[in-house]
Design a protein around this ligand. Sequence first.
Ligand SMILES: Nc1ncnc2c1ncn2[C@@H]1O[C@H](COP(=O)(O)OP(=O)(O)OP(=O)(O)O)[C@@H](O)[C@H]1O
Ligand SMILES: [Mg+2]
Length: 646
Amino acid sequence: MAEIAIGIDLGTSTSCVALSRQRKVEVLLNSFGEAVSASVVAFRADGTVVVGNAAKANIIHEPRHTVHSAKRLIGRYFFSEELRKAQAVCSYEIVEGPNHSVRIKIREEQFSLPEISAMVLKEMKSIAEANLGEPVSKAVITVPAYFNDNQRQATRDAGRIAGLEVLRLLNEPTAAALSYGFGRSVNQKVAVYDLGGGTFDISILEIGQDVYEVLATCGDTFLGGEDFDDRLIDLLAEEFLAQEGVNPRKDPYALEKLKVAAESAKKALSMDDEVEIRIPDVITGSDGRPRAIVRRLDCAEYTALVADLVQRTFKVCDEALQQAGLLAGQLDGVILVGGPTRLPLIRRAVAEYFGQTPKVDVDPDQAVAMGAAIHAATLVGSTEGSVLLDVTPLSLRIGVAGGLAETVIERNTPVPIEQTRVFTTFEDFQEAVRIRIYQGESRSADQNELLGQFTFSGFRRADRGQVRIEVTFEIDTDGIVNVTAREPETGQQASTQITLSSGLSPAQLDAIIAEGKADRVRSEAPVARAPAAPGPARAAARPGAAAMPAAPPSASTSDELEVLPDDAFDLEVDEEFEVVPGNVRVAAREPLEPEALDLMPEGTDLRDLPGPGAAPGAGAPGAPSDVDDLFGDMDDLDGPPDDDAS
Ligand SMILES: Nc1ncnc2c1ncn2[C@@H]1O[C@H](COP(=O)(O)OP(=O)(O)OP(=O)(O)O)[C@@H](O)[C@H]1O
Ligand SMILES: [Mg+2]
């Protein structure tokens, strides 16, 4: 019998699990018969945990012990800008963990973000097991295409904590495209416009002959339906403050009531032109009387409230089309994914932007999970599969002297990929180099996300520019980065391979798994076998389908910080690197160190450099213009200048 592997769409707001077998794909319903479950985790006083729509209903009663939108925080640093934004609208307590990581504090206990997401995954796993009547241990989990390495690693850790073998991390728009093409013979260039609860992705794909080739992908990992809700919450809160003299945002119970009202008003506006917002008891006044909000809201006012957010999605679309080398008019179709795309205001704007009516043949809530299931079945060899050719969303860079970040792999390069670049020492008689790896589109190192760093030493001491250090970057099909450094001169080899860490060290991850916190998840209702999902599931004979061999599950795990030293070299791995969580902008808290550990690209014209020792501070954060002056012609060494955002 073929192995079972499920597909899970781990969403910011909702999650969905699906299974593909015998050329059919079905969404597995939860015990309430629902296709999607809220990605909300409620911690009860007795220590048990409830996940899903029942947990969401609990938010207004227990806002401080109910965690939602964890995906907005996963793989991020405590002092990141995104964390500040999330904190402003979250009633649960977000605290700083070791090495600037993010932890959620519930009563006296702290949880890492992968642990919270693991609880959602665990619930999805349970839903699948209840439907299938047997244990499920393998899954494809989707991630926003624009997720960086830190966010991907953390998601993979979450899968492990939930007791799942993560066969693949699949980009959400690619999954949706798979679901769109499943069972039909299409030869098309399509755009997948995926506006979810917390993230926006746009991918341009060419589908043909069972090959799904991503031509370009762009996104924003902090833009979604929840930001729409925040706009309305702000409006309601300001009006309430002006009228009652009390800021309801300061009260966690009132804030959650505003949130519920804002979301239901938004959903109502996907069907009606006008809604009435009514919250009878926002807050109880000092006189003991409840204070209410009652107000009408129409589509025009709502559109004005969120117009700039919608506009932001099209800026991202501009970029994706440009990267794909296509005009909107050259696309054969536009596929809408994500709850907010049900809003007429979004449908109209998308139709106008792309000059065509978006397709309605995929279910915006289920297509991603279904695509993940289709791919999962292929990976365990239970169905014939399609070939997926995806890309890396962000440029991969290495930090060099002057606070700069040199591109090693350009964004939108097909993955898997391996690329080697040669660097050299920056100072005379330099003993070590610090290799810093970034993702992002800026030449200024501190404007990118730091993925990790390590120190490489043990090479011959020589004049600057004389020691060659080959740095090899690999991005695998999950979009996960590996880096190897090598000093080849003497013919002896030394290399260190780093699997960058999401913020949980191997020991921490093992401890978490051993502790079994994810096992606290209790399903609310007795679980019964649910009927197969109706609707969009399509059975498919795939004419001429090219079978894709089942890929073995990824052997590496995110917790590795592997050092493969050669005896001839003294290789060091920075301890501090081991627990670096995601998305740091180093400038914020960690000024670059003096240049004693700097690298520079091989072939840099030494006449353009300051004398040894003159550089300290040149690359310090906040001095990007000096830096540009200093290394202004460095681009010339590498061919065309970077396509930098900053
Ligand atoms: N009918 C509707 N009209 C407008 N918005 C809706 C509707 N239904 C759901 N939404 C909104 O869609 C969002 C959730 O969408 P979805 O489930 O696609 O996101 P997600 O997959 O959880 O998030 P992401 O993909 O960003 O991680 C929420 O903000 C929700 O309020
Ligand atoms: Mg989604």
